[in-house]
Structure formats: structure tokens, C-alpha cells
Write a protein that binds this ligand. Structure first.
Ligand SMILES: [Ca+2]
Length: 474
């Protein structure tokens, strides 16, 4: 269901007519695609999502000028499988990318490879976590700045600078280790994304392009310069259910806790780490603003579909948890915005269930390019155009950690997930069911209630394609 956000300026019929006219004039010009992806952005922690603390004017502007999806999910709440699902339009089990140590094999076609065939210049600038050598580090995209195999690898400026000033980079991911630093953000591993993206857009002003700008922030370790920390010092609140009784923790949550000691983080440390985390979000928002300014300055904005997303969220203390690898909203949820005033009017909020796997088919439809017929994502095009409510959609997410396999299915009303720990080749099962309409903060697991039986049977039917795996090399 799409509804107009009451905080956004409504778009009048006259303007829609103007857009319609523009569309007919520009119909033959191929649409540019700009995907801006961050890493580990909690789906509730930006202004347009209703967060009263977050200072994110650029992400908010994208939402104001586009469609914000409030029920969007990654397909595996950890980097590599999530990213590979997004790039192939397929689930983890289909591409056999379960965890961060599983590379995507060349037999799967990525968004970049596919769009190259239609005359697009395609690039990923920044992190994508490709692994291997040669073409495996590109998967059909140009890689001017990014992973270690790219022409200019991320992190080199940072390590050179740290060597020069005799400091050690922060490697401790714990919220207890959160710190303010003063080294110039230009040497940050994300510091090259804006200049390289600007150059790419300028160089390809006359070519259709598909550009992914992929930031590492606001991924831990929790560290930001004083300017951004200062935006939040003393303004941040404790998260929901921050000191839980652990009754809704899965076995994998307990394992993470035994490694990272979430239950030993004090209230003061939670607040401090969240101030820093918010600061990192504002830093990346500022970078996004610079890319969008350049797009506008080049006169390309009208003919570009801009998408904002993240590879997964960050629990940031919600339910007493940090990082990801769980199916709670803070981890498996993602910010998800589509903006293109030429194609659909802005200020819209959609509650349709969707996620990064739907990007590939949606972009094909927006660019008027035939979709590959083996995609597992579903196009959002009819929802974006307001022709379908999207209320009947559902989506999956998977997760594999050590000897625990997990799968989630989310529809309009329910979130159902299972974890299957395996010991001595025998799987056990943990079951979670939340009513997302009545309990959006996921406080009450209804799986054991007799009245939940029919809902669970239905969710299990949807999940029947999925199998736990014994060994994932995670
Ligand atoms: Ca990630």
C-alpha cells in the first residue's frame, strides 16, 4: 500500500501532468541508474524513517522526492551473501553464497554484466566484497576504487596516514571501544568514493550508466570525528529492550554474546556507542549529498533513478544485541528508497514487503529492459507506479553461522523465522513468530500459542524450498 507521508509536500495533479510531458519528451533517452549503498545502516535511524534524533538531510530529501519502503529486508543479514543476492536477484541458497567466505562464481550474471549488454557503462565505486582474482573481482563492473583487487584499493590512504602519524587504526568492534578521532575524513577508506563517483559521472555524461556507490560506513568499529559526534552528544536515547531477559534470543545470539559480551556493555557505553554510530550515519549522509549535488550540476538528475539501500542493518543495542546475523528488524531491515521524479511522484511511503533482491527486476522495468527470466526477486515497478498495492508480497532472508542455519519469511502481518542448530549431524529447531502489526518492536514471540498453528503452517509451506546446511565455510 502506498500512502502520502503527511510530513511531505503533496504533489499536485498539474505537476504530475508536467512530469508526464517530460516523460514523453525523454522517453527514448536511456535511464541512468545510481544505487547508493551503505553498510550496516539500521532501517529506523534516519529522519525520513521517523527518527527524531538522526540528522540525515540528504537521505531524507531522497525520500521526500521518491518512494520510501518501510518494510524492506536484506536477503541475508551479513555482507557478502546480501550483496551477491542484490547483484544477482537470487537467494543465498540458489547462488550458494552462505557467508562472507563464499565467493560468487562467474556462472551467475550480475546486474552490471546484464546492463553492459544494453550499452550501459557500469561501475561499483567502493566496497562490494568481491573475492578471487581477475574478472572475479569485477563481475562485469568497472572497479576504479574499491575492494583490495581494484585499481585503487580502499583503506590504503587510511593505513598510510595512520603510519605517518604513528597511530593504530581502531580494530576493536565492541561498543565499549567506541571513540572520537581527529584524523581527516578525506583519508578514510570511504574518502575516495565521492571524487571517483564524480569523475565517473562526468566522464559518462553522454552514456547511459549504472553506478553503484558503496560506502563502508556506518559499519563498526564505532569511530567518527568530533564534528559528527558533536551533533549527537547528549541527544541520544537508549534503544528498545536494550537490557533484555534474553528470552527472545536464539542460540546464535547467545553464541555472539559469548564472543562479544553484549551483556557487559553499560548504559553509558551503549549511549556513547550510539552517539558515535549516529555520527557515522551523518558523515555518510553528507557524502551522499555531494554525489547528488554533482548529479544535479551535470544536469543528469531528471533522467536518473536513484536508489538508497544498505546491505543490512545494525542492532545498535536493540534487544541487547549489536551488529547483525539476526532476523530482528534492526539487523535484517534496510533503508530502501527509490527516487525519480520523472517516473513517479515523491513523498510516498509504501508498506509493501520488499528487499534488495527486488532491485534487479525493478531496475530492468524502470529502464525498459527485458528482465532475465530466472530472477527470484519480484519487480516493484507496478507498486512504484501506484498500480498495485503490493500488500500480498512476501520475502525471505537466510543466515548461516557456524553450525546454525536460519530462514525468515515476512509478509504484511507476520514475521516467522527458524534457526536450526546442528550437532553431530542432527538439526534441532528454534521457532519465532511476531505479529508485526501489533508488535512492531518484536517483544512477544507467539510461536508457542495454539492459535498461531495455522499461521506457522502457512509460513512453513512458503519456506518449504529452504534447507539448512551442514557446513557453510562461514
Ligand atoms: Ca556489511
Amino acid at each position: 500500500m502506498i500512502k502520502t507521508n503527511i510530513f511531505f509536500k503533496p504533489v499536485g495533479i498539474g505537476i504530475i501532468c508536467v512530469f508526464g510531458f517530460q516523460f514523453s519528451l525523454l522517453a527514448k533517452k536511456p535511464l541512468n541508474i545510481l544505487i547508493i549503498q551503505t553498510d550496516e545502516h539500521n532501517p529506523r535511524m534516519f529522519g525520513a524513517a521517523g527518527d527524531p534524533v538522526a540528522i540525515t538531510p540528504n537521505i531524507d530529501k531522497l525520500a521526500r522526492q521518491g518512494v520510501l519502503f518501510t518494510n524492506a529486508y536484506c536477503q541475508n543479514p551479513v555482507s557478502v551473501p546480501s550483496r551477491m543476492s542484490m547483484l544477482t536477484g537470487k537467494y543465498s541458497q540458489s547462488i550458494r553464497v552462505y557467508g562472507n567466505s563464499n565467493p560468487l562464481t562467474m556462472k551467475f550474471t550480475t546486474l552490471g554484466e546484464y546492463f553492459n549488454k544494453f550499452g550501459y557503462k557500469t561501475a561499483i565505486i567502493g566496497k562490494m566484497h568481491f573475492q578471487g582474482k581477475g574478472d572475479e573481482l569485477k563481475h562485469g563492473f568497472e572497479r576504479p576504487y574499491g575492494d583490495s583487487g581494484s585499481e585503487y584499493p580502499m583503506g590504503k590512504w587510511e593505513s598510510d596516514h595512520m603510519d605517518k602519524i604513528g597511530q593504530k587504526p581502531l580494530t576493536d568492534r565492541s561498543p565499549k571501544a567506541a571513540r572520537v578521532n581527529e584524523y581527516p575524513m578525506e583519508v578514510d577508506k570511504d574518502g575516495g568514493i565521492v571524487p571517483y563517483a564524480m569523475t565517473f559521472m562526468r566522464d559518462n555524461k553522454k552514456n547511459p550508466f549504472l553506478l553503484i556507490c558503496s560506502f563502508t560506513k556506518p559499519h563498526f568499529p564505532f569511530e567518527v570525528s568530533r564534528k559528527y559526534y558533536g551533533m549527537y552528544k547528549g541527544r541520544v536515547k537508549l534503544p528498545i529492550d536494550y537490557n533484555p531477559d534474553k528470552k527472545n534470543w536464539s542460540a546464535s545470539n547467545h553464541i555472539e554474546n559469548s564472543t562479544y559480551k553484549f551483556d557487559q556493555v553499560t548504559e553509558q557505553e551503549i549511549l556513547h556507542a550510539r552517539e558515535i554510530y549516529y555520527g557515522m550515519i551523518s558523515w555518510v549522509d553528507e557524502q551522499i549529498g555531494l554525489i547528488l549535488e554533482e548529479l544535479e550540476r551535470l544536469g543528469l538528475k531528471k533522467n536518473t533513478l536513484i536508489i538508497y539501500t544498505s546491505d543490512h542493518g545494525e542492532m545498535a543495542g536493540e534487544h541487547g544485541l549489536w551488529y547483525k546475523n539476526t532476523f530482528y528488524e534492526g539487523s535484517v531491515g534496510i533503508p530502501f528508497i527509490f527516487s525519480c521524479p520523472k517516473l513517479f511522484h515523491g513523498g510516498q511511503i509504501s508498506e509493501s514487503i520488499t528487499g534488495n533482491i527486488d532491485l534487479f527486476p525493478t531496475i530492468c522495468d524502470a529502464a525498459d529492459i527485458q528482465k532475465p527470466d530466472d530472477l527470484e526477486g519480484k519487480s516493484l515497478w507496478q507498486v512504484l507506479k501506484g498500480r498495485e498495492s503490493g500488500n500480498d508480497r512476501w520475502i525471505f532472508s537466510e543466515n548461516y553461522r557456524s553450525n546454525i542455519s536460519g530462514c525468515m519469511v515476512r509478509d504484511q502481518n507476520w514475521k516467522y523465522f527458524v534457526f536450526k542448530p546442528c550437532e553431530k549431524n542432527k538439526f534441532t529447531k528454534e521457532v519465532f513468530l511476531f505479529n508485526m502489526q501489533n508488535d512492531p518492536d518484536e517483544m512477544q514471540n507467539l510461536a508457542d500459542r495454539p492459535e498461531s498453528k495455522i499461521v506457522i503452517e502457512n509460513m512453513e509451506k512458503r519456506m518449504s524450498w529452504w534447507n539448512p546446511v551442514l557446513k557453510t565455510n562461514e
